[in-house]
Every structure is written in structure tokens, then in C-alpha cells.
Design a protein around this ligand. Structure first.
Ligand code: ATP
Length: 236
């Protein structure tokens, strides 16, 4: 399994992000209370936030290294992203939203990849619908298909299901786990929901106040403790 090594120091106003962890592929969850630095860490992996100091590498590939003055642009990192507000293009139907992210090398290649993705995300019957004609869960599946379209090496998800009701969230969690295993794709997902982390994570990186508090299996890192002190700040 490919290793993701993240060391990021970044001052953000009064907040100091100082995270340092290395994890093996699978589904990695960044977990912690609001404002602890989860999204900033994800943004640094994506290349949208440049560390003051640090190094980020996926396997042999160095995304950034402040000592060597390396900062690979986000579009050259070959990552897929899905954020809370899935931001589909409202004027494009499902298939054109997905095709937007596929290289236009050849029409045949594009049709083939589109068909694969529609099947993978169970969107075959919705290919000609517009985003406004889809449920939240369906829109999120289209966002996932679009993120997967260019064969990313790593998928980054920032609270991707938070806008959905609990039933849909449950369904999409299952879908995500299935995809991650089927595609053997490393995923880094941000959540502050303990049940989500417990259900999905191969590895949990628990953050608080801009620092890594623990790294390990969900069972080890998220074992129930009394709702006192810092733990009261998490959503149980
Ligand atoms: N550009 C910025 N300027 C100043 N402060 C910032 C900036 N970006 C983030 N912060 C601060 O950094 C801290 C970490 O923010 P971040 O969004 O990474 O937290 P989070 O754990 O993802 O929170 P949430 O779960 O609420 O989304 C917060 O205190 C936030 O206010």
C-alpha cells in the first residue's frame, strides 16, 4: 500500500497548524472538533494551502518540500476532490458534468470512461438529468464520479455527506467504502462525526488544536471515553 506522509506547519491568523503523520493507504479519516485544522490539512495535501514549512509525499512522489523549495501545483498532483457543497455545473447534465473532468484525448475513450463511471456510481438512468433534477445523494454520487474520472492517485473528501439526511449519508458511506476497495484507491476524508469515522476508517488521524493527538485504527483511536475535557468537543 502506498504511504502518505504529511508534515505541515502553517500559521493561519491566530491559529497554528502543526501536523505530522505518516499513514498507509486505505481509507484515512482526519477526525476532530470544529476548528482543529482538518480542512487546512486536507487543503495542504491538495496543494491549495502552501505550508510555511513542511513536506508532503505520496509514495515516492513529493508534493511539497519547503527545504527543497518544491511545491507541485494542485492540478499536477492528480488528486480527486469532493467538498461539502458538491458544486456541480448547473447548466450541464450528469454526463457532461462527468465528461468535463475527463481528458479529451478521443471521443471513444471519453464514452468508455463515462460508461464505466456511470455504472460504478449507479447513475446509468440519470445520465441526462440536470443537477436540479437530482436528490442530494444523487448529486453527491455525480460529484464522486467527476472526482474519479481522471483516475486520481488519491481521493480527498471534506465532509462530503454532511448536507445529506442520515439515511442517505448511510447509503453513501457504504458506496464510498465499496468504491475505495473496488478501486484500491487511497482516500483521505475529513469528518467530525464519530460514527462515520468508526464505520469507514482503516486509519484515523485524530487532530485537536492544530496538532495530531493520535494515529491508529478507529477502534483504538476513538474508543469511548467519558464526555469530559477535550472529548466533549467531539460529536459522539
Ligand atoms: N485563511 C485563514 N485565516 C485565518 N485563520 C484561518 C484561515 N483558515 C483557517 N483558519 C483558522 O484555522 C483553524 C482551522 O481551520 P480548519 O478549517 O482547518 O478547521 P476544521 O477542523 O476543518 O473545522 P470545521 O470542522 O469547522 O470545518 C480555525 O480556527 C480557522 O478559523
Amino acid at each position: 500500500m502506498v504511504k502518505l506522509a504529511v508534515a505541515v506547519h502553517k500559521r493561519l491568523g491566530d491559529f497554528q497548524l502543526a501536523v505530522d503523520f505518516a499513514v498507509e493507504g486505505g481509507l484515512i479519516v482526519l477526525f476532530g472538533p470544529s476548528g482543529c485544522g482538518k480542512s487546512s490539512t486536507l487543503a495542504a495535501i491538495a496543494g491549495l494551502l502552501q505550508p510555511d514549512r513542511g513536506r508532503i509525499a505520496l509514495g515516492e512522489e513529493v508534493f511539497c518540500d519547503s527545504e527543497r523549495n518544491i511545491h507541485i501545483a494542485p492540478q499536477r498532483r492528480r488528486l480527486g476532490f469532493v467538498f461539502q457543497n458538491y458544486a456541480l455545473f448547473p447548466h450541464l447534465n450528469v454526463e457532461r458534468n462527468i465528461c468535463f473532468a475527463i481528458d479529451r484525448e478521443s471521443r471513444d475513450f471519453q464514452r468508455e470512461r463515462l460508461r464505466e463511471l456511470l455504472t460504478l456510481l449507479r447513475l446509468e438512468n440519470l445520465a441526462h438529468r440536470y443537477p436540479a433534477e437530482l436528490s442530494g445523494g444523487q448529486q453527491q454520487r455525480v460529484a464522486l464520479a467527476r472526482a474519479l474520472a481522471p483516475h486520481p492517485r488519491l481521493l480527498l473528501l471534506d465532509e462530503p455527506f454532511s448536507a445529506l439526511d442520515s439515511e442517505l449519508r448511510e447509503e453513501l458511506r457504504d458506496e464510498l467504502k465499496r468504491l475505495q476497495i473496488e478501486l484500491a484507491l487511497p482516500v483521505v476524508m475529513v469528518t467530525h462525526t464519530r460514527s462515520e469515522a468508526l464505520q469507514l476508517a482503516d486509519t484515523v488521524v485524530r487532530l485537536d488544536l492544530g496538532q495530531v493527538m493520535a494515529v491508529g485504527s478507529a477502534a483504538a483511536v476513538l474508543s469511548p471515553t467519558p464526555r469530559t475535557g477535550n472529548n466533549a468537543r467531539f460529536s459522539w
